[in-house]
Design a protein. Structure first.
Length: 343
């Protein structure tokens, strides 16, 4: 779990829809949401409502590029504090780390960055989802990351490719907007950059701007984290940090602004241990990957930070009393039903 359990919808959404010729009233009607939802000063929705909202956007607009347009903000002054923190970073990698950290304030969603070879994969995971995320929402997320990458670099950064789970559609649109190949019917949605582009210095790096926006973000994050049991905080951080490696207690302690010794002591006081929480995080992520993705088992093992597939198989058998393949097969029917209902 992350800090937030509901999504905070940007208050500017209604204005952006109007600018793009989309009726907010029509969107909400199609989504089955309250007519005055987007007029509220603070808009909070569940994962199910968020998915319905963006499905409604797609249906009301009839523009296949609506998500790409909503995810690209040409006016810097309309960036929210989180995007400002990202674009003022040293590099895209630093920006992604900031996005991942502060997203905890606004939604039960994780941004996962995984390096493999000369590639850097960026993925979004909706932690409380029981259905497939709508295409429009995927487009918004990827377009926003690319918008920050291009603004930060000061030029047209081109991803290596984008991987999309849905069936081939509007290939030329994606290739024109992202400037790269689009792979459809992929195992997972991902925008893939070259590592050199991820580590390139941002021309917009601005420590003074970050010094302005960071204190409020950090204060909100500290307050939100304080309302959670420490063990849940640690487990949530571990889920975000694992992504192909095995984070240590020192890294988690740094995220929580604690010393390793203090973190270990406080976990002990709660009757928990770092290794126990690491195993729980891996187990919960494993179940999620097996149920809601078509990742091969060796890829799942890699994402969970295991050195090899047999190590993952042994651990999973201890958790569930069966192999990952058998467990996935038993639950495949239920998972397929959820995906079918969302299509």
């Amino acid at each position: 779990m992350t800090v937030a359990n509901r999504f905070r919808v940007p208050s500017i959404l209604a204005r952006r829809l109007d600018e793009l010729g989309v009726s907010a009233a029509d969107v909400l009607r199609r989504a089955g949401l309250p007519a005055g939802l987007l007029d509220q000063e603070k808009i909070h929705v569940s994962t199910e409502e968020l998915f319905a909202l963006y499905r409604g956007v797609g249906e009301a607009s009839r523009d296949p590029a609506i998500g790409l347009k909503l995810g690209t903000e040409p006016r810097f002054e309309r960036y929210d504090a989180i995007c400002m923190a990202a674009v003022s970073a040293r590099s895209l990698r630093d920006a992604l780390q900031r996005l991942a950290r502060y997203k905890q304030l606004v939604c039960p969603e994780e941004l996962i960055v995984t390096d493999r070879g000369d590639e850097c994969r960026v993925q979004f995971k909706w932690l409380l989802a029981e259905e497939t995320e709508p295409h429009v929402l995927v487009d918004i997320c990827f377009a926003r990351v690319l918008d920050i990458a291009r603004r930060g670099a000061g030029e047209r950064v081109v991803p290596k490719r984008i991987d999309l789970r849905f069936a081939p559609a509007n290939r030329k649109m994606y290739q024109a907007d992202f400037g790269c190949a689009a792979t459809f019917e992929a195992r997972q949605n991902a925008i893939v950059f070259r590592k050199a582009d991820v580590d390139r210095a941002f021309v917009t790096h601005n420590a003074d701007l970050f010094a302005i926006v960071a204190p409020q973000l950090e204060a909100e994050l500290t307050q939100a984290l304080a309302s959670k049991a420490l063990g849940e905080q640690v487990k949530g951080l571990l889920k975000r940090l694992i992504a192909g490696r095995r984070p240590g207690i020192e890294e988690v302690a740094k995220e929580l602004r604690l010393s390793s010794r203090t973190l270990q002591r406080r976990l002990t006081e709660e009757g928990a241990s770092f290794q126990q929480l690491l195993q729980e995080a891996r187990r919960e992520l494993a179940r999620h990957y097996l149920l809601y993705s078509s990742l091969e088992l060796n890829e799942t093992a890699y994402l969970l930070g295991y050195e090899d597939a047999p190590s993952f198989f042994r651990a999973f058998h201890e958790w569930e009393g069966s192999t990952p393949g058998d467990w996935r097969a038993r639950h495949a029917k239920a998972a397929e039903g959820l995906r079918a209902a969302a299509s």
